[in-house]
Design a protein around this ligand. Sequence first.
Ligand SMILES: [Zn+2]
Length: 274
Amino acid sequence: MPELAEVEFFRQKWNPGLRQKVISVHLHPQKRIFRETSTTLLSRAIQGRHLRSSHAHGKQMLFRFGSDVWLGIHLGMTGKLSTASASHIPRPHDHLVLRTARHSLIFQDPRLFGRVRFALSPQPPSWWTTLPPPIHSPKFSKKKLEDICSRRSRAPLKALLLMQQFFPGIGNWMADEILWRSRLSPRTHAGHLSQKTISNLHTHIRKICHDALRIIGKQGSNPPRSWLFLHRWKSGGFCPRCHHPLQRAPIGGRTTCWCPLCQPPTPLPRAPQH
Ligand SMILES: [Zn+2]
């Protein structure tokens, strides 16, 4: 599933259409990516307007057309944005195609877990403005992470990092990468971390998000081999730091990969002595 960096990568795929007028809209109105969205209103509103700007936030994207038309896209599991020539003939999974004089801006989604939303208003819609603060914003502070860890003290760290209401855009591979860098077991409960460990975890959350946005989001490259990223899918893969065989198990509902040597179980805090 696309995470924050891949979403940023796909957001830019429609950049060739910036400042261009949408001449026609082609879509598949019955597909579930348009659930709770009026495709008739959407087509009518976008047609004739110029693509003005786009934004990514966690796993969501927002495109502004003219001064008051907002198109929200969530890529789901298999969604992708791309640009083709104006003469592009839509393929079966191209569920939304915006045609300009020079380009076709395409949203394709074979498995249909994505979502397209639309709003007509001078201000960005509430489903965008109420998203949690981005991880790279100053609002995602150490204090905020301490609060999250104490509110969800019984959650294993892997499950915690996947909670989109706290960590927008972090998905399976980024959560594994963050815990591997922080040398924390994915099974450690959030309530068992010392202040120093939380501070270290905070640093790595910010660093991984920042580096992933730069390497994958902006450059479209794979992370370097020193990351867990390129080793975590291999059966029989080895930790790129200590070369110990990596371990895999479902945690927090997702296949989790970690190094048992670099990420040993965190000892429980000692009970107070009487
Ligand atoms: Zn290791």
